[in-house]
Design a protein around this ligand. Structure first.
Ligand code: PMP
Length: 284
Protein backbone atom coordinates (compact mmCIF):
# COMPACT_ATOMS: atom_id res chain seq x y z
CA UNK A 1 0.00 0.00 0.00
CA UNK A 2 1.42 3.42 -0.87
CA UNK A 3 1.35 6.17 1.72
CA UNK A 4 -0.80 9.25 1.32
CA UNK A 5 0.10 12.79 2.38
CA UNK A 6 -2.17 15.78 2.89
CA UNK A 7 -0.83 19.06 1.47
CA UNK A 8 -3.07 22.13 1.80
CA UNK A 9 -6.35 20.36 1.17
CA UNK A 10 -5.10 17.81 -1.35
CA UNK A 11 -4.38 14.14 -0.74
CA UNK A 12 -1.42 12.87 -2.74
CA UNK A 13 0.73 9.77 -2.93
CA UNK A 14 3.50 10.44 -0.41
CA UNK A 15 6.25 10.25 -3.04
CA UNK A 16 4.54 12.92 -5.12
CA UNK A 17 3.79 15.28 -2.25
CA UNK A 18 5.74 18.55 -2.59
CA UNK A 19 6.04 22.00 -1.05
CA UNK A 20 7.35 25.10 -2.77
CA UNK A 21 10.99 26.16 -2.49
CA UNK A 22 9.52 29.50 -1.36
CA UNK A 23 7.85 27.84 1.62
CA UNK A 24 9.03 29.72 4.71
CA UNK A 25 9.34 26.43 6.54
CA UNK A 26 12.05 25.47 4.04
CA UNK A 27 13.65 28.93 3.86
CA UNK A 28 13.62 29.96 7.52
CA UNK A 29 12.24 27.06 9.59
CA UNK A 30 9.30 29.45 10.04
CA UNK A 31 7.06 26.52 10.90
CA UNK A 32 5.68 24.49 13.77
CA UNK A 33 4.78 20.83 14.09
CA UNK A 34 3.22 18.14 16.23
CA UNK A 35 3.68 14.39 16.44
CA UNK A 36 0.82 12.38 17.89
CA UNK A 37 0.86 8.65 18.61
CA UNK A 38 -1.85 6.32 17.35
CA UNK A 39 -2.28 3.15 19.37
CA UNK A 40 -5.00 0.63 18.70
CA UNK A 41 -6.79 3.04 16.34
CA UNK A 42 -6.82 5.77 18.98
CA UNK A 43 -4.97 9.05 19.08
CA UNK A 44 -3.09 9.45 22.35
CA UNK A 45 -3.64 12.78 24.10
CA UNK A 46 -4.72 14.50 20.87
CA UNK A 47 -6.32 17.46 22.63
CA UNK A 48 -3.17 18.24 24.58
CA UNK A 49 -1.14 18.08 21.38
CA UNK A 50 -3.59 20.37 19.59
CA UNK A 51 -3.61 22.78 22.53
CA UNK A 52 0.18 22.94 22.29
CA UNK A 53 -0.05 23.43 18.52
CA UNK A 54 -2.43 26.36 19.05
CA UNK A 55 0.00 27.80 21.56
CA UNK A 56 2.99 27.44 19.21
CA UNK A 57 0.99 29.15 16.42
CA UNK A 58 -0.10 31.95 18.74
CA UNK A 59 3.42 32.59 20.03
CA UNK A 60 4.64 32.95 16.45
CA UNK A 61 1.59 34.96 15.33
CA UNK A 62 0.70 32.35 12.74
CA UNK A 63 -2.94 31.84 11.80
CA UNK A 64 -4.49 28.43 12.24
CA UNK A 65 -5.42 27.11 8.77
CA UNK A 66 -8.75 25.71 9.98
CA UNK A 67 -10.87 25.07 13.04
CA UNK A 68 -9.93 22.28 15.43
CA UNK A 69 -12.95 20.26 14.32
CA UNK A 70 -11.85 20.53 10.69
CA UNK A 71 -8.27 19.70 11.63
CA UNK A 72 -9.45 16.59 13.49
CA UNK A 73 -11.44 15.57 10.41
CA UNK A 74 -8.34 15.88 8.19
CA UNK A 75 -6.29 13.94 10.74
CA UNK A 76 -8.87 11.14 10.75
CA UNK A 77 -8.83 11.07 6.97
CA UNK A 78 -5.01 10.92 6.78
CA UNK A 79 -4.98 8.08 9.30
CA UNK A 80 -7.75 6.27 7.43
CA UNK A 81 -6.11 6.62 4.03
CA UNK A 82 -2.82 5.34 5.41
CA UNK A 83 -4.53 2.52 7.31
CA UNK A 84 -2.59 3.25 10.48
CA UNK A 85 -3.73 1.51 13.65
CA UNK A 86 -0.42 1.84 15.46
CA UNK A 87 1.96 4.58 14.47
CA UNK A 88 2.22 8.32 14.37
CA UNK A 89 0.61 11.27 12.65
CA UNK A 90 2.79 14.25 11.80
CA UNK A 91 1.41 17.78 11.32
CA UNK A 92 3.54 20.61 10.00
CA UNK A 93 2.31 24.16 9.60
CA UNK A 94 4.46 26.81 7.98
CA UNK A 95 3.77 30.52 7.84
CA UNK A 96 3.37 30.90 4.08
CA UNK A 97 4.79 30.53 0.62
CA UNK A 98 6.26 33.93 -0.24
CA UNK A 99 9.29 35.49 -1.97
CA UNK A 100 12.29 35.14 0.35
CA UNK A 101 12.34 38.11 2.74
CA UNK A 102 12.83 37.90 6.50
CA UNK A 103 9.78 39.84 7.78
CA UNK A 104 6.37 38.19 7.71
CA UNK A 105 4.73 38.49 4.27
CA UNK A 106 1.67 40.76 4.09
CA UNK A 107 -0.50 37.89 2.97
CA UNK A 108 0.38 34.80 4.94
CA UNK A 109 -1.66 31.70 4.25
CA UNK A 110 -0.60 29.03 6.71
CA UNK A 111 0.55 25.92 4.88
CA UNK A 112 -0.49 22.53 6.21
CA UNK A 113 1.20 19.20 5.62
CA UNK A 114 0.07 16.01 7.30
CA UNK A 115 1.48 12.51 7.04
CA UNK A 116 0.93 9.30 8.97
CA UNK A 117 2.90 6.14 9.17
CA UNK A 118 2.80 2.83 10.89
CA UNK A 119 5.38 2.27 13.59
CA UNK A 120 5.87 0.02 16.51
CA UNK A 121 6.65 1.21 20.02
CA UNK A 122 10.34 1.24 20.89
CA UNK A 123 11.77 -2.28 21.38
CA UNK A 124 10.65 -3.95 24.57
CA UNK A 125 14.29 -4.70 25.47
CA UNK A 126 15.00 -0.96 25.78
CA UNK A 127 12.19 -0.54 28.26
CA UNK A 128 13.27 -3.67 30.13
CA UNK A 129 16.97 -2.91 30.27
CA UNK A 130 17.04 0.87 29.98
CA UNK A 131 18.89 3.10 27.55
CA UNK A 132 21.97 5.28 27.67
CA UNK A 133 22.14 9.01 27.34
CA UNK A 134 25.06 11.30 26.70
CA UNK A 135 25.13 15.02 27.44
CA UNK A 136 25.65 17.91 25.08
CA UNK A 137 26.01 21.65 25.68
CA UNK A 138 22.74 23.55 25.48
CA UNK A 139 23.13 25.63 22.34
CA UNK A 140 19.47 26.17 21.43
CA UNK A 141 17.49 29.40 21.29
CA UNK A 142 15.58 30.96 24.19
CA UNK A 143 12.11 29.78 23.08
CA UNK A 144 12.33 26.01 23.32
CA UNK A 145 8.70 26.04 24.52
CA UNK A 146 7.61 26.61 20.91
CA UNK A 147 7.54 23.39 18.90
CA UNK A 148 9.19 24.87 15.84
CA UNK A 149 10.86 22.91 13.07
CA UNK A 150 14.14 24.77 13.78
CA UNK A 151 15.71 21.60 15.12
CA UNK A 152 19.32 21.82 13.99
CA UNK A 153 20.86 21.72 17.51
CA UNK A 154 18.53 18.81 18.33
CA UNK A 155 19.58 17.02 15.15
CA UNK A 156 23.27 17.51 15.97
CA UNK A 157 22.78 16.31 19.54
CA UNK A 158 20.86 13.21 18.44
CA UNK A 159 23.56 12.47 15.89
CA UNK A 160 26.20 12.63 18.66
CA UNK A 161 24.06 10.23 20.68
CA UNK A 162 23.75 7.89 17.72
CA UNK A 163 27.51 7.95 17.12
CA UNK A 164 28.13 7.20 20.82
CA UNK A 165 25.73 4.26 20.82
CA UNK A 166 23.33 6.18 23.08
CA UNK A 167 19.58 6.56 22.72
CA UNK A 168 19.42 10.24 23.56
CA UNK A 169 21.44 13.36 24.34
CA UNK A 170 20.47 15.55 27.29
CA UNK A 171 21.26 19.23 26.95
CA UNK A 172 23.16 20.79 29.84
CA UNK A 173 23.17 24.58 30.16
CA UNK A 174 26.05 26.84 31.25
CA UNK A 175 25.05 26.49 34.89
CA UNK A 176 25.37 22.72 34.72
CA UNK A 177 21.60 22.20 34.72
CA UNK A 178 19.90 19.62 32.54
CA UNK A 179 17.24 21.21 30.34
CA UNK A 180 15.80 18.28 28.35
CA UNK A 181 16.70 15.72 25.71
CA UNK A 182 16.98 16.40 21.99
CA UNK A 183 13.46 14.99 21.55
CA UNK A 184 12.44 13.93 25.05
CA UNK A 185 11.95 15.35 28.55
CA UNK A 186 14.32 14.39 31.37
CA UNK A 187 13.45 13.04 34.82
CA UNK A 188 15.33 11.77 37.87
CA UNK A 189 14.49 10.18 41.21
CA UNK A 190 16.79 11.28 44.02
CA UNK A 191 18.06 9.23 46.96
CA UNK A 192 15.11 10.25 49.12
CA UNK A 193 12.61 9.05 46.51
CA UNK A 194 11.65 12.45 45.15
CA UNK A 195 10.66 12.54 41.52
CA UNK A 196 12.21 15.59 39.86
CA UNK A 197 11.60 17.13 36.46
CA UNK A 198 12.07 20.61 35.12
CA UNK A 199 8.95 22.82 35.21
CA UNK A 200 7.56 24.15 31.94
CA UNK A 201 9.33 27.35 30.88
CA UNK A 202 10.87 28.74 27.72
CA UNK A 203 13.89 26.44 28.33
CA UNK A 204 12.03 23.24 27.43
CA UNK A 205 9.21 21.88 25.35
CA UNK A 206 6.38 21.02 27.69
CA UNK A 207 6.03 17.42 26.52
CA UNK A 208 2.55 16.00 26.34
CA UNK A 209 3.92 12.74 27.77
CA UNK A 210 5.59 14.80 30.49
CA UNK A 211 2.22 16.37 31.36
CA UNK A 212 0.54 12.95 31.41
CA UNK A 213 3.26 11.51 33.67
CA UNK A 214 3.02 14.51 36.02
CA UNK A 215 -0.71 13.70 36.36
CA UNK A 216 0.01 10.01 36.91
CA UNK A 217 2.66 10.74 39.55
CA UNK A 218 0.24 13.01 41.40
CA UNK A 219 -2.45 10.32 41.20
CA UNK A 220 -0.01 7.80 42.63
CA UNK A 221 0.79 10.19 45.49
CA UNK A 222 4.46 10.17 44.53
CA UNK A 223 6.54 13.06 45.83
CA UNK A 224 6.95 15.12 42.68
CA UNK A 225 8.99 18.30 42.55
CA UNK A 226 9.05 20.36 39.38
CA UNK A 227 12.40 22.11 39.50
CA UNK A 228 15.56 22.22 37.40
CA UNK A 229 18.15 19.59 38.34
CA UNK A 230 21.86 19.55 37.65
CA UNK A 231 23.98 17.04 35.78
CA UNK A 232 25.68 16.23 39.10
CA UNK A 233 22.30 15.42 40.61
CA UNK A 234 21.43 13.27 37.62
CA UNK A 235 24.67 11.33 38.00
CA UNK A 236 24.00 10.79 41.70
CA UNK A 237 20.33 9.93 41.15
CA UNK A 238 18.77 6.66 42.17
CA UNK A 239 16.82 6.48 38.91
CA UNK A 240 16.52 8.43 35.70
CA UNK A 241 14.13 8.22 32.78
CA UNK A 242 12.90 10.17 29.79
CA UNK A 243 9.48 10.74 28.28
CA UNK A 244 8.13 11.40 24.80
CA UNK A 245 5.30 10.51 22.48
CA UNK A 246 7.32 7.76 20.83
CA UNK A 247 9.42 6.53 23.79
CA UNK A 248 6.59 6.69 26.38
CA UNK A 249 8.43 6.36 29.72
CA UNK A 250 11.93 5.07 28.98
CA UNK A 251 14.38 4.11 31.74
CA UNK A 252 17.85 5.67 31.56
CA UNK A 253 20.53 3.48 33.08
CA UNK A 254 23.67 5.30 32.00
CA UNK A 255 24.62 8.97 31.66
CA UNK A 256 27.90 9.73 29.88
CA UNK A 257 29.09 6.21 30.64
CA UNK A 258 28.30 6.42 34.39
CA UNK A 259 25.75 4.05 35.83
CA UNK A 260 22.59 5.60 37.22
CA UNK A 261 21.88 4.00 40.62
CA UNK A 262 22.65 0.29 40.35
CA UNK A 263 22.53 0.49 36.57
CA UNK A 264 19.16 -1.23 36.33
CA UNK A 265 15.59 -0.06 35.85
CA UNK A 266 14.28 1.53 39.05
CA UNK A 267 10.96 0.91 40.77
CA UNK A 268 9.53 4.41 40.18
CA UNK A 269 10.33 4.24 36.50
CA UNK A 270 8.86 0.78 36.14
CA UNK A 271 5.70 1.80 37.94
CA UNK A 272 5.20 5.01 35.97
CA UNK A 273 5.80 3.24 32.67
CA UNK A 274 3.32 0.56 33.62
CA UNK A 275 0.71 3.14 34.65
CA UNK A 276 1.28 5.09 31.46
CA UNK A 277 0.92 1.96 29.35
CA UNK A 278 -2.27 0.99 31.18
CA UNK A 279 -3.75 4.47 30.93
CA UNK A 280 -3.22 4.60 27.18
CA UNK A 281 -3.57 0.91 26.36
CA UNK A 282 -0.25 1.25 24.55
CA UNK A 283 1.82 -1.89 24.36
CA UNK A 284 4.56 -2.08 26.94
N1 PMP B 1 11.42 17.89 24.13
C1 PMP B 1 11.66 18.05 22.82
C2 PMP B 1 12.73 18.98 22.39
C3 PMP B 1 10.92 17.31 21.87
O1 PMP B 1 11.16 17.47 20.55
C4 PMP B 1 9.95 16.39 22.31
C5 PMP B 1 9.19 15.56 21.31
N2 PMP B 1 8.14 16.27 20.74
C6 PMP B 1 9.72 16.27 23.69
C7 PMP B 1 10.48 17.04 24.57
C8 PMP B 1 8.67 15.34 24.21
O2 PMP B 1 7.39 15.84 23.91
P1 PMP B 1 6.13 14.89 23.76
O3 PMP B 1 5.99 14.12 25.03
O4 PMP B 1 5.01 15.84 23.53
O5 PMP B 1 6.40 14.00 22.59
Amino acid sequence: MSRVAHVNGTYLPHRHARVSIDDRGYQFADAVYEVIAIRGDRLIDAERHLDRLDRSLRELRMASPMSRVALRAVMDEVIRRNMVSDGIIYLQLSRAVAPRDHPFPAKARTQLVMTARRSRPEPEAWAREGVRVITQPEIRWARCDIKSTALLPNVLAKQMARESGAFEAWFVDRDGMVTEGSSTNAWIVDESGQLITRPPSDAILNGVTRQAVVDLARGEQLRLVERPFSLDEARAAREAFLTSTTANVMPVTMIDGHKVGQGGVGEFTRKLRQRYVEANAVSA
